[in-house]
Design a protein around this ligand. Structure first.
Ligand SMILES: [Cu+2]
Length: 209
């Protein structure tokens, strides 16, 4: 990118020196006789992946500053988000989804900026989830469900129980059971740990979103 500027400047050197002597100054907007030094005209912003993301997930953006002819222009950019409640962006253009919404992510250098819209959707979680009990364990060990979702505890021939840790909105415990399926509905969002008190180390967790 530096090469573009130099290759334009050097042929201009003699005439520019005369020009600068007359004008005393001249930044990158200075013009020499018959020629114009390149100036930053646009910044194009692109994404390495989908710009529809979910909270907690991200997408990498890149910015390409260009001059009027479309050639690369050497300029550092500053990233910003129009809606940090929906998505944030770091100094390197990495966007992180925060919550549902839309954010215009901009790369700016002086008066020139490029923008791309990022859409943050809420992740969808299942309304039903089966928990099996192979051996002396719950499976899956971690389950994510939507608020109001139902978890079906599938008890094998070997007896277990399901005892929830104290938590607001935790459903009723399930007493020692075998060869049956017993469901619990999770009406509150939160993290619900549970154990089988018959078997040491047999514990798992349900995240309600
Ligand atoms: Cu058990």
């Amino acid at each position: 990118m530096q090469i573009n500027i130099r290759s334009t400047i050097q042929p201009l050197l003699v005439s520019t020196m005369l020009f600068l002597a007359a004008c005393s100054g001249g930044g990158k907007d200075a013009t020499g006789p018959g020629q114009t030094l390149p100036v930053l005209t646009s910044i194009s912003v692109s994404a390495s992946g989908s710009t529809s993301i979910t909270p907690g997930n991200g997408v990498q953006l890149s910015a390409v500053p260009k001059d009027a002819s479309g050639a690369l222009f050497n300029a550092a950019v500053t990233w910003s988000s129009s809606n940090t409640a929906a998505a944030t962006v770091n100094a390197n253009g990495l966007v992180l989804g925060v919550a549902a919404g839309t954010a215009a992510i901009s790369a700016r250098s002086g008066a020139i900026a490029g923008t791309i819209n990022v859409f943050v959707g809420t992740a969808t979680f299942p309304l039903t989830q089966d928990i099996d009990m192979p051996g002396l364990s719950f499976s899956p060990l971690q389950a994510d469900i939507a608020q109001g979702g139902v978890v079906r505890f599938n008890f094998p021939a070997l007896a277990h129980n399901v005892i929830f840790s104290a938590a607001t909105g935790a459903p009723a415990d399930i007493n020692v059971s075998s060869s049956t399926t017993i469901s619990r509905t999770f009406l509150a969002k939160g993290t619900f740990n549970y154990t089988c008190t018959l078997h040491a180390g047999m514990s798992a967790v349900i995240f309600v979103h």
